[in-house]
Design a protein. Structure first.
Length: 426
């Protein structure tokens, strides 16, 4: 039986073990083993006797039991048993007494050497909300699973979904066995991680923009509300192709699950950095800005692992601050701990601009780079526009400066403006 002080708390040991699995989810060739390991990790976090994982067979629409594995996997149709019902409705269900539940009695699942009395069913869904499978957690005691387990279960399912979808994409890539397909699949992974719409933050205007090159790189950004604060992420993995795209999305997924499971910004930065340092080749790393904006205090707390410069425009006097990275690139070496996050305050009208190398290093035919001063000039001249309009002005200015020179790197922008106090937009 699990006893916890707070329903949304998770032990540090469990968090570390979950992140240890997360960093390996970008290895689709090891998918069967990873699925077994995520069930083992889930047993620790949820405190269950065992777990069962079903995957949707895309050819016939049935659920197939893949964990635990067997010579002839058990199969269920949609709606059959609690796994089939969970896949059909995409709803979490928590059965406190299986011995009194008709659907369970018709299609039972059992603990080896024991009796199942509690059953937690969690759907695994893709980015388009289509069902990919179902996780089931089995308990030997009545009422074993609580609100904490209903909270952790979807976090585990979300990461399993990332792994499953990467596996499907890789299968398609290998089947086609051509370079153009690799670029297309990697680009699809990149684009699927970007926010469809910008979150609404009272008193703020914000916009993210991603403009890929002909080659797929590892740029990404994220803007999402977590616990009432705006999480901002801009990352750039070294290299081009399928691997960097996976590395960038891997980092994003690990950060999301870390915050969902209660890690602080500092803790998440250290854990994710150390997992990537273990996972990535020696010549690979990710430069990344990650931070939280508190819209009540207007303060941004952040870490910038090799990502810079960070631009802060002060509306009061038209000046700019340029902040250097606060640490080494993410994944380049293990850290025992990190310095406390850096901080800046956004006053009315101020703009925080996260700008990737694709802007600063855009070169014209003579080899001259766009540089920091031109970025500052564009922002100063267009500071009263919306952030979407300002982003468009910046990308147009870069293109005009390039005079037809090809774009050599992804262009990624995250622009955040605190609205003047009399301005009610946003």
């Amino acid at each position: 039986m699990n006893f916890r002080d707070h329903p949304n708390e998770i032990t540090r040991e469990s968090l570390v073990r979950i992140l240890d699995i997360m960093h390996r989810l970008a290895a689709p060739e090891a998918m069967p083993e990873l699925l077994r390991e995520i069930i083992e990790v889930g047993k620790v976090a949820i405190v269950a006797e065992t777990g069962v994982l079903w995957l949707l067979d895309r050819d016939n629409g049935q659920l197939m039991m893949v964990v635990p594995s067997s010579g002839t996997p058990e199969r269920l149709d949609m709606g059959q048993g609690w796994a089939g019902e969970c896949a059909r409705t995409l709803a979490i269900s928590n059965i406190h007494e299986c011995r009194e539940d008709p659907l369970f009695l018709e299609y039972p699942v059992h603990i080896d050497g024991g009796e199942t009395r509690s059953l937690l069913n969690v759907p695994i869904t893709g980015s388009d909300e289509d069902v990919l499978g179902v996780m089931q957690w089995l308990g030997a005691e009545t009422g074993q699973f609580d609100e904490h387990d209903e909270w952790v279960g979807p976090a585990l399912a979300a990461q399993a979904a990332v792994a499953i979808q990467h596996s499907y994409m890789t299968d398609e890539l290998l089947a086609n066995a051509i370079l153009s397909q690799e670029v297309a699949v990697a680009r699809e992974i990149q684009m699927s991680t970007l926010p469809d719409t910008m979150p609404k933050v009272p008193g703020y205007d914000l916009h993210g923009h991603f403009q890929p090159t002909d080659h797929t790189g590892g740029d990404l950004f994220d803007l999402v509300i977590l616990d009432g604060k705006l999480f901002m992420l801009l990352g750039d993995a070294t290299g081009h192709g399928f691997g960097p795209a996976l590395s960038a999305t891997q980092m994003q997924a690990m950060l999301r699950v870390s915050f969902r499971l209660g890690a602080s910004l500092d803790e998440a930065y250290v854990h994710v950095n150390n997992q990537l340092a273990e996972d990535l080749p020696d010549d690979r790393f990710i430069t990344a800005f990650m931070g939280f904006l508190d819209p009540l205090t207007h303060r941004v707390n952040y870490h910038s692992g090799g990502q810079g410069p960070i631009l802060h425009f002060h509306a009061a006097d038209g000046s700019f601050d340029w902040f250097k990275p606060t640490s080494f690139p993410v994944g380049i070496m293990e850290l025992e701990n990190t310095q406390a996050s850096a901080s800046l305050l956004l006053e009315p009208g101020d703009i925080l601009a996260l700008v990737s190398d694709g802007i600063y290093e855009y070169a014209d035919p003579d080899g001259e780079e766009f540089g920091e001063q031109r970025v500052a000039n564009v922002i100063l001249a267009n500071r009263n526009l919306t952030m979407a309009e300002l982003s468009a002005c910046l990308t147009k200015a870069v293109a005009d400066f390039g005079r037809g020179a090809p774009q050599a790197d992804d262009i990624t922008l995250v622009m955040v403006r605190r609205l003047p106090e009399q301005d009610t937009r946003g």
